[in-house]
Design a binder for this molecule. Structure first.
Ligand code: HEM
Length: 299
């Protein structure tokens, strides 16, 4: 943020990689010849249009894990130490190493990118629905804003943005347990890999209402207790169950504080409505033609 840029091209690179992975990753037969192939990847990394700080980051994480293990740290004083000390002893070393690398990578790299992208999405939703933006700003700048409510207006805006456009939508695969499962009138036998796309779950009219394509943060306030519970249960922006995002509360806290601070101090509007900004989504979401003008709010 300090340099007003995408540091080391991380966000750009993450989006590029997930763009490829979202398509090629669905065809396991192709993977060994493309993104899963070291020779192909080291060839592609030579091109500037295919930067891969993701790889640099993973190499750095792996170095830290080896350093940690060679020094026999068990102090638990740092976050890295906490994660590495908690590894299970029942697994083989290779899969433990891969799991620790994945968690540290998600935490330090992906989490930062997801927060930035989500914040952009909330602004995208608000500014392309200017009435909603004005309503929210009026509430947040009013001296009597009801701060004690658990579901605050900026949280509703945040949930509604993630409902329409989940910023990170990996397949979130789960393996069917030994007894199999019944879903939508079908029996799915044990051992199959299943996944519920966030995009579909968030557009279920029986849960979110007929106007599912509309950005309307108020829907989170209007719902009675049981509907709200159903909406929350169907809200998959952070995954569910095993593998659920461990940083969801932190993410919510960070984004809500940013929104609150920014919307109170600054006025925002789209630089131009032509062409209209739009969103693309391949695991990681991207905002296209989204340029915003920012000025100090009048007191
Ligand atoms: C708005 C921001 C964020 C979004 C939208 C997001 C979304 C997600 C999603 C969809 C998953 C996959 C869940 C699944 O497979 O069921 C995930 C996993 C994960 N997230 Fe987040 N995340 C965010 C912020 C964060 C933050 C701030 C942290 C850490 C401080 C974090 C750490 C992780 C970790 C470690 C995992 C892997 C969990 C595991 O595999 O056990 N995330 N996140």
């Amino acid at each position: 943020m300090k340099s007003h840029s995408d540091f080391n091209g991380w966000i750009y690179s993450f989006k590029t990689i997930t763009g490829f992975a979202a398509i090629l990753g669905q065809i396991p037969e192709v993977c060994p010849f493309t993104l899963g192939n070291d020779t192909v990847m080291s060839f592609l990394r030579r091109f500037q249009t295919f930067p891969d700080p993701t790889q640099q980051f993973i190499v750095e994480i792996e170095k830290q894990i080896l350093k940690h293990d060679s020094e026999h740290h068990t102090c638990g004083k740092s976050f890295i130490c906490e994660v590495l000390s908690g590894r299970s002893t029942s697994k083989d070393q290779e899969s433990e190493h891969a799991e620790a690398t994945n968690i540290l990578f998600e935490t330090f790299f992906a989490a930062a990118a997801e927060i930035a992208v989500t914040l952009g999405t909330v602004f995208y939703c608000l500014l392309t629905n200017f009435d909603a933006y004005e309503r929210l700003v009026a509430i947040l700048r009013a001296p009597t804003w009801p701060k004690s409510l658990e579901l605050t207006p900026e949280k509703a805006a945040y949930l509604e943005s993630l409902r329409l456009y989940p910023s990170y939508s990996p397949p979130m695969e789960r393996i069917v347990p030994s007894q199999g499962i019944e879903a939508g009138g079908y029996h799915i036998p044990a051992g199959n890999i299943v996944s519920v796309p966030q995009y579909m779950a968030h557009r279920d009219v029986s849960i979110f209402g007929e106007d599912i394509e509309v950005f309307r943060p108020e829907r989170w306030f209007e719902a009675d207790e049981s509907s709200l519970r159903r909406m929350e249960n169907n809200f998959l922006a952070f995954g569910k169950g095993t593998g659920v995002c461990v940083g969801r509360d932190l993410a919510m806290l960070e984004i809500r504080s940013c929104l609150f601070g920014l919307l109170q101090r600054f006025d925002f509007e789209l630089v131009s409505k032509k062409p209209l900004p739009r969103i693309t989504m391949y695991w990681m979401l991207d905002h296209v033609n989204f340029k915003v003008c920012l000025s100090h709010a009048c007191k």
